[in-house]
Ligand binder design. Structure first.
Ligand code: NAD
Length: 366
């Protein structure tokens, strides 16, 4: 049963990590290491069943293979989940025990933060293994990736505008920004700096008020965001917001935002294309964060990070070309770009040690 699932997703390895003394139950899934070590965050979540945890880590790790491949990184895809409640079950021992399991992979898996995990938890993981990114700046890490994700999203947006409207004048268009969290607020700021009109919404009223007063945004209700007269819909909150109910309401001709898993299902991706709306695939657009942390591997440098964000523009342009070339929706074209890169680059013989993570310029210990 498990091996059947691994075969259908194409995983290389799944590691079950158990340390009853500290209450650790975790799963590390290494999906694909053809391009390099498998990079992907660790999620801590109170999964109802172990099966739910396994399904989640298999799905997420496969997603990282595609994301890292399209981002042009020399990294494969992996992910880890810790079964537990982040509000109750965290401890130094738990994260150090988890760090030891990460270390035992010898660099085949490199972890980072994800839902339920913060930079302080990573401090403990980092005491046991160097194979962790997104560590605090005091250790030579890259810090909060959100501003990079927002800047990368802007690059993806420019490629999408160019494709759809024939220009990249961000300020000429109106935007519906859903979610004003770490990425959404930063993205809205970038839009505002370019003179754009912005409609915003968020569950958190304080964030909405900030966007109104500081950015001159127009506040709308949580459900109203799908009806506003915007040229671009930018999901920056949750996944699954483009679905059978919302798509017919959108006036936008472009969908481009930072949220993960924006499409409720593949059929919606087909329907978007049928309606002549340009969808900028989420994992290609929001790769700024993973690009940023990946630079920790051979020595973090902010200038390099900013330069790398620009490649998101070219990745999107390539995805749009593939969609046209193969007459497929853009969400499929993104997958195809990833698969083509894994195949062609995977055939190159890399010199020994080229893909071994080095983590230069970082300081371990407290
Ligand atoms: P965040 O938690 O800081 O912000 C999310 C915001 O969305 C919060 O302010 C929340 O109140 C709001 N929200 C939740 N439900 C909403 C709803 N129904 N309607 C309107 N607003 C709602 O998260 P973030 O780091 O800004 O990430 C945003 C999205 O981007 C997520 O989907 C995340 O997976 C994705 N993403 C983030 C990064 C990153 O670098 N932080 C990288 C890649 C992808």
């Amino acid at each position: 049963m498990i091996f059947e699932k691994l075969a259908s997703y194409g995983h290389e390895q799944v590691v079950f990590c158990h340390n009853p003394d500290v209450g650790l139950k975790a799963i590390i899934a290494i999906h694909n290491t053809v391009l390099g070590p498998a990079l992907g965050g660790t999620r801590m979540w109170p999964y109802k069943t172990e099966q739910d945890a396994l399904d989640d880590v298999l799905r997420l790790s496969r997603g990282m293979t595609y994301k890292n491949a399209v981002a042009g990184l020399n990294l494969g895809g992996g992910k880890a989940v810790i079964i537990g409640d982040p509000a109750k079950d965290k401890s130094e021992a738990l994260f150090r025990a988890f760090g030891q399991f990460v270390d035992s992979q010898g660099g085949r898996y490199i972890t980072a933060e994800d839902v339920g995990i913060d930079v302080n938890d990573m401090e403990y993981v980092y005491r046991e293994t160097q194979f962790v990114t997104g560590v605090h700046q005091v250790h030579g890490g890259s810090g909060d990736p959100s501003p990079f994700t927002a800047y990368g999203t802007l690059q993806g947006l420019m490629a999408a505008l160019n494709r759809k409207f024939g220009d990249e004048e961000v300020g000429k268009y109106a935007y519906a920004v859903q979610g004003l969290g770490h990425v959404g607020m930063e993205f809205a700021k970038l839009l505002k700096e370019r003179g754009a009109k912005i409609f915003v919404t968020d569950i958190n009223q304080a964030l909405v008020e900030r966007a109104v007063s500081e950015l001159g945004a127009v506040a709308v209700g949580l459900d109203e965001i799908y009806d506003v007269p915007a040229d671009v819909y930018s999901p920056c909150a949750l996944g699954g917001t483009v679905n059978e109910n919302t798509l017919p309401r959108l006036k936008a001709k472009v969908i481009c935002g930072a949220a993960n898993n924006q499409l409720a299902n593949n059929a919606i991706g087909d329907e978007i294309a049928r309606r002549g709306i340009l969808y900028a695939p989420d994992y290609a657009v929001n790769a700024g964060g993973v690009m940023n942390i990946s630079l920790e591997i051979d020595g973090y440098n902010r200038e390099r990070a900013m330069r790398m964000m620009r490649t998101i523009y070219h990745n999107l342009a390539r995805i749009f070309e593939i969609a046209e070339r193969d007459r497929i929706p853009t969400y499929q074209a993104a997958d195809r770009l990833a698969e083509e890169r894994i195949q062609t680059i995977g055939k190159l013989k890399l010199p020994m040690g080229r893909s071994t993570p080095r983590f230069q310029g970082r300081v371990r210990g407290l």
